[in-house]
Design a protein around this ligand. Sequence first.
Ligand code: SAH
Length: 255
Amino acid sequence: MTGRLTVLGLGPGDPRYLTADAVSALATAEVLYGYGPYLDRVPVRPNQDRCASDNRQEGVRATAALAAAGAGANVAIVSGGDPGVFAMAAAVCQEIENGPAEWRAIDLVVVPGITAMLAVAARVGAPLGHDFCALSLSDNLKPWALVERRLDAAAAAGFVIALYNPLSRARPWQLGAAFAHLRRTLPGSAPVVFGRAVGRPDEAIVVTTLAAADPAHADMATLVIVGSAETRLIRRHDGRAPLVYTPRSVERATP
Ligand code: SAH
């Protein structure tokens, strides 16, 4: 008997950001797998088991969930944000590619969620209003030289850049190095947004410029948006937070 594996996104934190599809997948699963702090966001239900694991255990978690689904259970794996953005959906696909042939018969459903970059962008206006890209600064899964190459290419091409995994206790220098790199190509006036723990009680938003951007505003729960040369920072009155937006049209062919 083959069961079902749903990989779902919980959004950035606030339960209001859960999609109706994710709510119904959470209600019907017999067992939930996930990183402990994400599982803690999901209310406990009678008759529903949960298997928490460490955040570096993606492959092991995906394998365990696939084995349970392969044995006939209705299983869900929870991710923060969207499960396809630097998260569990790719880990599950990889285990299906490399695992036993029976796993290809599992009913796999990926339920999208609001990814951190969209939640942060919405807080400050419309920084992603024109062409943009997303990069993880973690060099756990790729060499740092490749991160630098992609930063250079993205900045030179005029993309607004969303930076996931900007730093952590084990990777304290990456964001500072990325800013230093981007300052070679982008004007110091390019707006930079730090969105920390968006949708959670300890949310903090900082809007600054690339010249002034201080990595100390970031931790592993922060998403950083670096504007392009086109991105605008609009000051407002009466203590209102500034607006950041990227105009929808560009006149010149070179950024
Ligand atoms: N799948 C997730 C991303 C996982 S990578 C998503 O779609 O959002 C983990 C990184 O996501 C963190 O280091 C941080 O950069 C970002 N992130 C996740 N939740 C966040 C939140 N609530 N506020 C700001 N950034 C967040």
